[in-house]
Design a protein around this ligand. Structure first.
Ligand SMILES: Cc1cc2nc3c(=O)[nH]c(=O)nc-3n(C[C@H](O)[C@H](O)[C@H](O)COP(=O)(O)O)c2cc1C
Ligand SMILES: [Mn+2]
Length: 488
């Protein structure tokens, strides 16, 4: 079922009535992003734009957006039924990610059909969008893969990091956060006084942006996970000018190098971000010097609108963050039953369901989660096993009815590194330092489980410390059996 390239994937979506081709002329300047925003509101189809202002007889004329911006599209891309409920999608993709398949190298592929050398590079030959009114420029890198290699080991990483085309049309400004995987690698190149090689991959297997925007552990190669999710190895070809391998069936590959020397930085940002606010201040940042572009005939550029509560990234990260936190908690804390990252919070908040058997269990859950990343999971909410963690009402009910002692039930873990894109952090605590900087977070654990210190109340049952609930109970069988008899 694997979709080797974007064209096979678009055919599948078309066949399912979930791709709309827009053939009337539209503007790359805000119009396409505004259309997509409304389509996201309506949980509509993916969109292929084939008639874009200023993009007739250019190298790239087509733009594809919204590829994985619904649960059903993600399910299709993973070869699962489109109505698979999101919690089950999380479990299914977790199983596949646990069976990685290494990529294979091939001699050549469609991405080598055309090669543009450095002197001829003009990134605006592709329909790069201006997404939001106050964006600092036109953003090229919003739904693709960014390939880098660790200078000390053979670790190859594929991440997704925003990229803005600079006015010289030959360089891409980036938000390089030190703790992201390419940030960690860049630190090492900097120490070795070598520029870091980078390849941007657009198109190819539709799950490339999926694995790229997911926070697998350092040392994990996202190409291997891509193989697992697709149940077959991805075919890679060597780049022309850098020592990196890229999918043979990609639409467009942009090769370059990035320098960490602050003297060379150029102004990047802000950008309308996943948080639902502009972020990553207008400031000097590193940039990728483009050496070469290879592309298929009639290449399709791909992107995504960030900021919608259910954008592509929010849904994917809900699935993958939940599953990698579950993996970690399974190894470290007893009694963890389920994990959910509500898409609207996009990783700032995370909910964990436990079967509580010892005091301090919720705090142990939070500590384990906070050890995982500097960028996600500001607030951890821990609830009991009777709460449906996918239902926001039940989460609020748990907080309103089981939290009473701020000293014990709410823990604050002060002075952590946090997301530079969090709008609630005072600006002076997230000034962009060398590599994009970082925010300062005071992290919060809300223990909304029933209190350990309550006295048993025999009238509520043997050992019971809490009154029985009369809400969110299953309808008794006796009632269901007579349902028709009641006249319903
Ligand atoms: C559209 C989009 C843009 C993103 N831009 C950035 C970015 O500029 N910098 C960053 O550090 N993370 C960014 N992220 C989040 C990373 O993709 C995510 O943290 C991922 O885990 C990075 O890969 P890595 O774990 O291999 O570093 C973005 C995510 C999405 C969906
Ligand atoms: Mn990674």
């Amino acid at each position: 079922m694997a979709y080797k390239d974007l064209r096979e994937w678009m055919d599948k979506l078309r066949e399912e009535g979930d791709l709309k081709e827009i053939t009337c002329e539209v503007d790359w300047d805000l119009e396409i992003a505004d259309i997509e925003q409304k389509v996201l509101d309506d949980d509509g189809p993916a969109l292929l734009f084939t008639n874009i202002k200023d993009y007739h007889k250019t190298v790239g004329e087509k733009f594809f957006i919204g590829s994985l911006a619904s649960w059903r599209k993600i399910a299709w891309s993973l070869g699962l039924p489109p109505d698979t409920p999101p919690p089950q999608l999380m479990r299914e993709q977790r199983k596949l990610a646990h069976q990685p398949i290494k990529p294979v190298q091939v001699k050549t592929g469609p991405v080598k059909e055309n090669i543009i050398h450095e002197k001829d590079v003009d990134l605006f030959q592709f329909p790069v969008l201006k997404y939001h009114e106050f964006d600092g420029g036109r953003y090229l890198s919003t739904f693709n893969g960014v390939v880098t290699k660790d200078p000390e080991s053979n670790w190859v990483n594929v991440g997704l990091y925003r990229g803005m085309v600079h006015e010289d049309k030959k360089s891409i400004g980036v938000l390089l956060v030190m703790d992201s995987h390419w940030g960690r690698m860049a630190t090492k190149y900097d120490r070795l006084n070598k520029p870091m090689e980078v390849a941007y991959v657009f198109g190819g297997n539709p799950l490339i942006p999926y694995v790229a925007c997911s926070g697998y552990e350092p040392g994990v190669c996202e190409y291997d996970i891509l193989g697992g999710l697709s149940r077959e190895p991805v075919e890679l070809v060597k780049c022309e000018t850098v020592d990196l391998y890229v999918p043979a069936h990609a639409e467009i590959v942009i090769e370059g190098t990035i320098s960490m020397d602050p003297k060379t930085f150029k102004t990047e940002g802000p950008f309308g971000e996943y948080t639902g606010y502009y972020g990553g201040l207008r400031s000097p940042k590193p940039w990728v010097k483009v050496n070469c572009i290879t592309h298929r005939n009639d290449p399709v550029l791909q992107g995504s609108v960030e900021g919608h509560p259910y954008d592509d990234g929010a849904l994917i990260e809900t699935l993958t963050h939940s599953s990698f936190v579950l993996d970690h908690l399974d190894r470290t804390v007893q009694g963890v039953l389920d994990v959910w990252v509500p898409p609207v919070t996009h990783g700032n908040d995370i909910v964990v369901k436990i079967r509580k058997t010892y005091q301090g269990q919720a705090k142990q859950v939070a500590a384990a989660i906070w050890s995982l990343t500097t960028w996600f999971f500001k607030n951890v909410l821990v609830v009991d096993e009777d709460i449906d963690i996918h239902d926001p009402d039940q989460l609020l009910w748990a907080i309103s009815s089981r939290v009473w002692d701020p000293d014990e039930d709410i823990s604050v873990f002060k002075g952590c590194q946090g997301s530079v894109l969090d709008p609630s952090i005072p600006p002076h605590l997230k000034r962009p330092a060398q590599m994009g900087g970082a925010g300062r977070w005071h992290r919060l654990c809300i223990d909304a489980t029933k209190d350990w210190r309550l006295e048993p109340q025999p009238e509520w049952g043997e050992g019971a410390k809490f009154p029985p609930a009369n809400r969110y109970l299953p309808t008794p069988k006796k009632i269901l059996d007579r349902w028709k008899e009641y006249g319903f």
